[in-house]
Design a protein around this ligand. Structure first.
Ligand SMILES: [Zn+2]
Length: 307
């Protein structure tokens, strides 16, 4: 199956695209996915390309789907089918549904009435796979009344409906919503598999030293962070060190994450830890403390996973 996601998107978002592609191939898409991270543009690309693929008329005709006509430079070599065109233009009245607060909303919250209108729309039969995107699933926006109206539908949306929710981090989302979604990490482009931008191969290998954090004790973790600090003192940006360790863990588990939503969740949490540490460094926390707290948090995360 070649056409689900653009090649460049697959390279930037290897975890998310692997998980979704594998679910589509096995016809085992979840009812709802929560895309976590700060990379908003890539979340939209993932949602749109998935919706196009599911609704592509060319593919339904047994031909090559429209996405496969896109070459490496993003140019389409043929015309797109009507569904793909409308989804690309945000105009598909049934297959591409966006649930967002009105710009005029004084509170910034999603009106319950909009959630009800969506329910009404979803209760109609449709020939399309309806993709519902909630671009801001944080509870400040997707608050309890609106969320409650949709809980049952998110849990059992019916055969031709798929929810894609976006949030920066899991903690922002109501637990009742979170528990009904499969969590997928969307990487920040600067933090995705960046091993090739590392300055020195020997040091990179030293950073990647096979450290199985899941079996580590607290003092192992501290020792490990001290080792990382020494490497940083040899002139490697500490933020890059974090990117390198996290991308090697992603590389190791990417395939498994497609089959096991607990692993996808673990990687999502690890990415959040990495982002928090990098943010600390941007706010002038000493690299030593930032690396230490990263190592400790990862070790804790690892011990949660072990049990
Ligand atoms: Zn198409």
């Amino acid at each position: 199956m070649s056409g689900l996601f653009e090649k460049s998107l697959c390279q930037r978002q290897s975890i998310a695209t692997t998980i979704l592609q594998s679910a589509v191939e096995r016809q085992r898409l979840a009812n709802a996915y929560l895309l976590i991270g700060r990379e908003i543009a890539d979340k939209w690309l993932i949602a749109r390309q998935l919706s196009c693929y599911l609704n592509c008329l060319e593919r339904a005709d047994g031909k090559l789907d429209c996405q496969s006509k896109v070459d490496g430079t993003g140019t389409k070599s043929g015309s797109l089918c009507q569904n793909c065109r409308w989804i690309a233009d945000d105009k598909h009245p049934q297959a591409w549904l966006i649930l967002a607060a009105d710009e005029s909303s004084k509170t910034g919250k999603l009106a319950v009435e909009k959630a009800r209108l969506l329910l009404e729309e979803l209760s109609k039969t449709s020939q399309y796979i309806r993709t519902v995107v909630v671009p801001d699933a944080a509870q400040e926006n997707f608050h309890r009344p609106a969320a409650n109206a949709l809980l049952k539908t998110i849990e059992e949306p019916g055969p031709s409906c798929l929810f894609l929710l976006f949030a920066t981090q899991m903690e922002d989302v109501l637990p009742t919503i979170l528990s009904r979604c499969q969590v997928i990490p969307v990487l920040q482009s600067a933090g995705s598999a960046t091993a090739d931008v590392s300055p020195n191969e020997a040091l990179t290998n030293e950073i990647k030293i096979n450290f199985d954090i899941r079996k580590a004790t607290l003092s192992d973790a501290l020792g490990w962070s001290a080792g990382l600090l020494e490497i940083a003192q040899q002139g490697i940006e500490p933020k890059l060190i974090i990117d390198i360790v996290v991308s090697s863990e992603i590389e190791r588990l990417r395939g498994a994450a497609a089959d096991d939503s607990a692993i996808a969740l673990y990687l999502s949490r690890l990415l959040q830890l990495a982002e928090a540490s990098k943010l600390q460094m941007e706010h002038f926390v000493q690299p030593r403390f930032a690396l230490e707290s990263f190592a400790i948090a990862w070790q804790e995360l690892g011990s949660v996973r072990r049990h």
